[in-house]
Every structure is written in structure tokens, then in C-alpha cells.
Design a protein. Sequence first.
Length: 292
Amino acid sequence: DGVIWMDGEMVPWRDAKTHVLTHTLHYGLGCFEGVRAYNTANGPAIFRLKEHTDRLFRSAHILNMKMPFSKDEINEAQRAAVRENNLDEAYLRPMAFLGSEGMGLRADNLKVHVMVAAWSWPSYMSPEAKEMGIKVRTSSYTRHHVNITMCKAKANGNYINSMLALNEAISGGAEEALLLDNEGYVAEGSGENIFIMRDGVLHTPELTSCLEGITRATIMDFARELNIPIKERRITRDEVYIADEAFFTGTAAEVLPIRELDGRVIGAGKRGPVTEKLQAMYFDAVKGKLAE
Ligand code: PLP
């Protein structure tokens, strides 16, 4: 049921198909976004739509894919995907991928296809997790972003490691994975940025091995409003163990407290007061209750 925007038109969900020789399926060069619409007093609203579309275009630029649509068209496609599927809370997945016009790495006649799907996905984490926090395991997989130095693209290929790390964490009894960078510093979760609070200062890894998270930027704005000092710098794994509070941020995970890493309880072992405050501000913002 429902419709998916594909290459400029809405098509029924079951007809939104691609060929088995789709280049991106074979070699993984493509990029995407994860966006959310929330139900607000003024109806469904897509949170940080412009920022997500901008990042999609930056990702495509990094990957040398020429977007065949304008940003305005992709913004409108996302609004239409929510509207025409009658959704009020939705997860949106815009993606740019290479077509099946040619095979092999040298193919130079490939079309860039763009699609936007939207579906109902009310919550990624349970209300209990949002309050009590989750257990996290440091992964044996390191964070590679296409190329170690290219973390600004939200590229399909990055998610191989994310999935291996998440599966490893879950089979080890945790709920999420923490990936380290190639030098052993803390990078990010499988699909989240990480923050720690220590001695009244909010710390988050600098943007050398993690995605430029839109939720991360939002949370940093809130921290500035609250006059909480922020340090963007390399963080070691043991700093997370001894932090007063730790939490993940992401479009799917929102603001998610971490209560344990590798079996070490963090702080009081539940959502800390700063996490709680930032989380409440985030929920107000997505629901349109804070001034933009
Ligand atoms: N890091 C990775 C690897 C991600 O996939 C995501 C999710 O998009 C994030 C961080 C968080 O980014 P955002 O807050 O823009 O959703």
C-alpha cells in the first residue's frame, strides 16, 4: 500500500522496483538519508528537512554522483511522500543510487536515480530505553567511512560495518555498538553520534571519524543555550567508562542514554540530569514546541 517517489513521480509501493543489475546493489556506491516527520500542532512536520537534503547533496557530491534534481524538488518529494501516504509520524528514506545501464567499475553511462520512501515508524527505542538507557558494547569493527578520511558522506557502503557491529553487539547481549576509529579513539554508534558529560563539560568526538549528525548539531545548540561548555575532541574508550553521563544522538535513536559500556556502569547507571534536559528539549523541538 502507499506510494513511493521515484525519479520524479509517485509510483505505487509495489511498483517501486529496481533491476537486479542495479549498479549500487553490486558495488555499493550510493548515498541516502534518514529523516523523520513528527506530528505537531500544525500537522505533520519534517524535522530539519533542509539540513537532511543538504547533507544528501553533499554526500552525492563527495561520491561524484550528479544529482538530477534540485534541492527544492527533493524537499517537495519528501513532503509529498508524507502527505500522499497520509502519515503524521513517519520515517523517510531518500536515496540516490546508480542504475543498471552498465556493469563493471568502469561503467560511465550510469544514471543517478533518486527515490524517497516514507513509512510509519513511531519509535526506534522503547520508552524504557529512553528513560533508563541502553547497554552498549565496543565493537571489534572499526569505523570506516568509505575511506577513513571521508566521513562526511552518508554512503551506503558505510553501513556494512555498522551492521556487523550492531549484530555483534546484540549477539553479545548489548543493545547498540560503539565503533572506534582506526587509531582506537571513540567514533560513533552504528547509526548515532555519541556525547559524554564529565565534570560539567559536554564532550563529543570531533568530525574526523563520525558523521556530521544533524541531531548532534541540534544538541550542541541546546547545550550552548543552557551554557554548558562543549569540547569537540578525541575521546578515549575509558573516558566513556568514567563519564558522569553518556548518550547517543541520531534521527532514529533521538537522544538515547547509555547506561553501560562493556559491562562498566556509567555514572548512576541511568539517564543523567543533563541527558534528561537535552532529551526533553529535543522532544519539544521535533514536536514544534521550540522556536526554530
Ligand atoms: N552516525 C551515523 C553512522 C549515522 O548513520 C547517523 C544517522 O544518520 C548518525 C551518526 C546520526 O546522524 P543524524 O543525527 O543526522 O541522524
